[in-house]
Design a protein. Structure first.
Length: 343
């Protein structure tokens, strides 16, 4: 309690003076000691997973030698053996400089006991995979070329290896290493980045501006695949025309039925005056069906004619063969195709 009473005014004075760094440096040892004591209690209870983060925070605030030794022991208990070995070695070096022989012996003994169980990861880069600008990383750490093909001490668990190079597709590899295990991950030759495909490099479809229409009749059609294709197209066009014509005729018949009721027109054929709303509705229905019938009949006849032309030109041979072309047409109120050529 006495320590808290002294530290609070000091911290406030530091803040009033405008120096946050001084206030932090004054409070850090106390906070570090508090975290250290909490971690020690957790370690005695066997809860090393909760103790290690507190020791990490305490060591960051105040890198005391005793904190680092406890942190190494905590890492050892949660199977982070590479981290434990690293801190044991660091404690031995620092204790040697401080003349603390007991801690030197303890840290070296624990490092020697842990080392055989430390997992090892070998990142292999064959000569065939070497290239200018190649960067290989393990997690967030860039590996120097001197570390290729050499065992690297790592903690147990999953590790990610990334490789990049100018003009090459990046590569990501994952490998899981267990306690006492040595795993090898090999970086292959990185694949080139695909060249971008531009729309202008693609051939334009027939009938578009700047590209000639599709030629449907040239040369000996009977003896070439093109002739067979034209005949198939002719049958398809003619068949579609026949079906459309049949639909148009059927619509025309239903329009006539709607116009008459028992053979008598539902409205006056000269004045188009109807006796009631029901008769007027039948008149509008008849008109709609008649318009659709006219369009279908006309379209069917046109398609049948186009099919006949295609079939005829597909049978021509020689240099003077008839030539027909199907060209898309468009207008504000219609959309279709036109057959053009020599016949």
């Amino acid at each position: 309690m006495r320590t808290q009473m002294i530290l609070v005014p000091v911290t406030c004075l530091a803040m009033a003076g405008g120096s946050s760094a001084r206030g932090q440096s004054t409070a850090s040892p106390a906070v570090a000691e508090q975290l250290f004591q909490e971690a020690r209690i957790l370690m005695k209870q066997g809860d090393f997973q909760a103790a290690c983060p507190k020791l990490e925070a305490s060591f960051t605030l105040d890198p005391a030698l005793g904190t680092q030794l406890n942190l190494a022991a905590c890492y050892e208990h949660i199977d982070r053996l590479a981290s434990a070995w690293e801190h044991y070695r660091a404690v031995a070096d620092r204790a040697t400089q401080a003349g603390q022989e007991s801690r030197v012996e303890k840290a070296r003994a624990r490092a020697a006991a842990v080392e055989p169980r430390v997992p090892r990861l070998v990142v292999r880069v064959p000569d065939a995979a070497e290239m200018p600008g190649l960067v290989v990383m393990r997690g967030d750490t860039t590996l120097a070329a001197a570390l290729y093909d050499r065992p690297i001490y790592v903690d147990a668990g999953e590790h990610h290896v990334h490789a990049t190079a100018p003009g090459r597709q990046p590569l990501a590899l994952a490998v899981r290493v267990s306690t006492g295990e040595e795993r090898v991950v090999e970086v292959p030759l990185l694949a080139p980045v695909p060249a971008p495909v531009h729309v202008s490099d693609q051939p334009a479809p027939p009938g578009t501006p700047g590209r000639p229409p599709m030629d449907l009749g040239h040369g000996d059609a009977d003896a070439s695949p093109a002739g067979n294709t034209r005949r198939t197209l002719a049958w398809m066009t003619g068949g579609t025309g026949a079906a459309t014509l049949a639909v148009g005729l059927a619509l025309g018949w239903t329009a006539k039925q709607a116009w008459t009721d028992g053979g008598v027109p539902v409205c006056d054929p000269e004045t188009w005056i109807c006796d009631d709303d029901k008769a007027f509705a039948r008149l509008e229905n008849a008109r709609t069906r008649a318009r659709a019938a006219n369009i279908a009949v006309g379209g069917g006849i046109a398609l049948m004619a186009a099919g006949a032309v295609l079939y005829w030109t597909s049978r021509e041979t020689g240099e003077d063969a008839r030539r027909a072309r199907v060209v898309p047409t468009a207008a504000p109120s219609e959309l279709g195709v036109a057959v053009m050529g020599r016949f």
